[in-house]
Design a binder for this molecule. Structure first.
Ligand code: KG4
Ligand code: ZN
Length: 337
């Protein structure tokens, strides 16, 4: 089964063709980084317009690269939630037009379900149940993946998402957008034990996380040094900050795995590319003798292939949309469209 999939929830316009939920035939992604970087973050209005400018030509190009006509694909899939509403609407309306015009089923996909599904591309035999740590610009969740379309959130951030936290600290450091990528690079030459940051517990919920105190501590450290004209060791700030984030995430994730009896663990989302996090996850998994699956770096960030993968399983479960489909800026991962 060939699925044509569309991702436009944030600042990447991405179109893919995926075969039988496990094989990427081709994927074309246009990153809007250059359009947004002058503003130090994603500007929703610019994102919507940039999606609109390219979505049709990227789709034609992707189908041509796949050697398929629209008539030969079996379904059209699209990220319909969560994300920037204007950006999502471009993808959803385009997908509805394609599905209606070509007489194909329309499969709406939850963006975070797509991130989790990116693991199925690398590990062809991987199948639920497993526990997944989802870390992106908008989400920090610990999710039970009970089967391909059944999810249960057991832990979540009470405030900022971890990617957002990386991005705000990077902005204060003046090192570019998206901040997580630049902080990761900077941390490589720093001492992760030089600066101490808080690792706050959340009352009453052992797997929930809180990142706003950590973010504020890092921003205060930078502002105070600036006011006193003190020179900070920026690579070590980045490394100490990254180490604290990795420790918070690993602490909650492995505690949840142990308590809930999971021996199979996956990670997903843009922050899954972080080198300090990957290293600590691998070391802890080895120490605790559990299986760990990390998505390939190219599938950590937003891409349409992961949407095509998840769409296959949604389609098999009968989760097909119709012309009343609407985009939603927020939606729980456990909910179906
Ligand atoms: O999953 P994603 O591409 O988009 C959302 O669904 O939000 O995640 C984007 C986030 C951004 O906050 C970005 O700074 C962060 O992922 N990110 C990283 C790294 N690469 C991307 N954070 C830390 N280290 C990285 N290497
Ligand atoms: Zn994402």
């Amino acid at each position: 089964m060939y699925i044509l999939s569309i991702e436009s929830s944030c600042d990447e316009t991405s179109i893919a063709v995926v075969k039988d939920g496990r094989e990427e035939i081709c994927c074309t992604t246009y990153s809007q980084l250059a359009e947004h970087s002058v503003y130090g973050g994603v500007v929703p209005e610019i994102a919507s317009r940039a999606h609109l400018d390219r979505i049709d030509t990227l789709t034609k190009q992707t189908l041509a690269d796949a050697g398929l006509a629209l008539a030969e694909v079996d379904a059209v899939a699209v990220t319909a939630a969560p994300g920037l509403i204007g950006a999502l609407l471009v993808g959803v309306n385009f997908a509805k037009g394609l599905a209606l015009g070509a007489g194909k089923p329309l499969v709406p996909v939850h963006h975070i379900r797509g991130h989790i599904a990116s693991n199925y591309l690398t590990y062809k035999d991987l199948a639920p149940p497993f526990l997944c740590l989802v870390v992106s610009g908008g989400h920090s969740h610990i999710v039970e993946v009970k089967d391909y379309t059944t999810f249960n959130v057991v832990g979540r951030t009470r405030d900022d998402a971890v990617g957002e936290c990386f991005d705000k600290v990077a902005r204060t450091l003046g090192i570019g957008h998206p901040g997580g990528v630049y902080l990761d690079k900077l941390s490589a030459s720093g001492d992760p034990n030089k600066y101490k940051f808080p690792n706050p517990k959340v009352d009453g919920s052992p797997y929930d996380m809180s990142f706003s105190g950590l973010k504020t501590a890092a921003i205060n450290l930078l502002h105070n040094a600036e006011q006193k004209s003190e020179e900070l060791d920026k690579p070590s700030v980045a490394a100490s900050f990254g180490k604290t984030i990795a420790e918070i995430l690993c602490g909650r994730f492995f505690a949840a795995a142990e308590d809930l009896g999971y021996k199979k663990l996956c990670v997903a989302g843009g922050v899954a590319a972080n080198s300090q996090l990957r290293a600590l996850l691998k070391a802890t998994a080895t120490e605790k003798n559990v299986e760990l699956f990390l998505p390939e770096l190219k599938y950590c960030g937003d891409n349409a292939t992961m949407i095509g993968v998840q769409a296959y399983y949604e389609f098999l479960a009968g989760h097909v949309g119709d012309m009343s489909l609407n985009a939603a800026p927020t939606m729980e991962i456990a909910e179906n469209f």
